[in-house]
Ligand binder design. Sequence first.
Ligand code: DGJ
Length: 729
Amino acid sequence: MIVYDEEKRVFKLDSKNVSYLLGVYDEGFLVNLYFGPSVPDTDVWYLVERGGSASFSANPPAFEIGDRPAISPDAMLMEYPCYGTGDCRVTALEITDADGCPPTDLRYKSHRIVKGKPPLKGLPSTYANPDDVCDTLEITLTDPKTGVEAVLSYSVFENHPVIVRSARIVNSSSAPVTLNRVYSACFDLPDMDKEFIHAYGRHNYERVIDSQPLHRGLQGIRSVRGSSSHNHNPFAVLRDADATEETGVCRGFSLVYSGNYSCEIECDYNATTRLLFGIEPDGFSWLLEPGEEFQTPEVVAVCSAEGVGGMSRAFHRFYSNNLIRGKWKTEKRPLLINSWEGTYFDFDEEKIYNYAKYAKSIGIELMVMDDGWFGHRNDDRSSLGDWYVNENKLRGGLAPLVKRINELGVKFGIWFEPEMISPDSDLYRAHPDWAIHTDGRDRSLGRHELVLDMTRKEVRDCIFDQMDAILSSCNISYVKWDFNRNLTEAASMTLPKERRREFMHRYVLGVYELMGRLTKAYPDLLLENCSGGGGRFDPGMLAFSPQIWCSDNTDPIARLEIQFGTSLIYPASTMGAHVSMNPRAGFVTKGNVALWGTFGFELNPAHVTEDDLKVFSSQVEEYHKYYGLIRDGDLYRLLSPSDSLKRACWEFVSQDKKEALVTYVTVYVDPLDSYVLKLRGLDADKIYTDEETGKKYSGALLMNAGLNILSRPLESGESFKIHLIEEQK
Ligand code: DGJ
């Protein structure tokens, strides 16, 4: 619900369990008054009084009249601070005006409240379902000198503890201006007594959790790689210092965007925290001609009073219900086997067919043929951009192979890397200018590839047409969309000079357009995103592909940290996870870890023993048995692998609390291990039966005394599951 108290000039936004208050201060400054657990009040202007101003803080002349106590914009909690007119912290907006001057100023002009949540032009965004109660507030601010307007958008949801924010800059003046920095949102918080948690990593080790107390000065995360990247996932968590995994106030901020981004945090002398989130300003600017507008990506902000775990569960529900879309939002996903780790580039049509036959024999539903089926690609040095079948490898072509596989009762999936071009490709020989480059500079290679200029429509059309030709040639149910390098020398020589710094954002818009076109043309297609594993695991991609390959690292022990970090924001249904031949642990543990995600296999069936086969068959059964519980249940992270490096444990509890699945993995055995495992999220009054032993426990006992796991001795790398079901009366 959104109300505007006209007398107090206060907006009160309420989502489930969360309030967000902002007000129009003197001279039209839009200031933040509160963002936290629900409060009933609107009489909150007393909160604006903060400890003086920073050194030499300047004020608009009207503040200097008489002896009224003025609060400088430098010391208030600002809603969308601007560069160069008083607020000397990091700012959300800097515009160079037609006179070449960067000072920027925004004051309240008007507002409107609309039902639902309007989509963002050109960008993926969260949405309201027909049965969601959702309202959106749009506040228009205007720059007194140029007349440029900023429309700040805030959406609230009755069933989710989220506030979704974005900004749209409109050049309503008669002269061109340039945006030098345009963040999606600013969150000014009145204290800095918090831990800053984020997930860092690299290829093969994505989304490892890092947690540090906030400190005075600047800190933050960003990407200038052209994608959200392996290195820092585009989310930030601010956990109150006295909060824990399951208690206390925790705020999370997640950017729905897949390109260069920045989350900049400044804690000032006044002990306030400013968090800016949006497009990375380095290398960026955007020319706005009169009448043009610029839409930022959106930030989803969650506030939970149930610690980090409560915040994660809120993101999981919101992203599952209000970001992921299309058929695969609700439809059961097929259990797949992928050829990559089993065969790499070395396959032919018989090998792929045999994979599928094997898949069928243990109940796998989808066979995915990974990299190597097109052009003359036998290693990673050629053919990207030549998306036609290599008939020397797949003799007889694709359609007969897919038909044979379908006749087994197995679906077929295929790999593309649509944004890339190999210098050794027909496409490059025909169109060398289609690869991203800056005239006069070398073209840096990454994995022997160049990147296509996705800002150009003719490039996107060519790639779409080639993909379309393949997808319409036979019955293809699934596409793995890969992306395996950073962008460099990033400019488009086809853009006018004054627009070349727009390239990185235009690139992402081009990718979204192409993905949108593909998913629209093939609405039944299951799209799985991938970027050298999980290098583009972000909410922008989730709007097109409901699952993303988490990591090329399929070692189940390493995966624990990767999946724990991923789960801070992303639901289990999005996390691509497979059982592979990785030697680190046995197949039982590999299966238990992969069950947390989408679950599938990535190995060569020819290398599997009869005993392994039995384990796989039972894992296939478990996949079906626990599918609903894991997909729709609430996640509780009970023991984190990074706390002790000894064990990890997580639990899914069904929404009706009738069922729970606990998975426990020993990383390495330690004689000082604790044997009591307290569960979470159960109904204290229910009686649960351990399906395996038949032992009964009350929910209260399981949560307060816990399970004694002494009876389950484990070696390093071993694991077990406990399935608890409410006793039937
Ligand atoms: C990187 C991906 O992460 C792998 O799963 C695989 O698809 C390879 N690319 C293929 O080149």
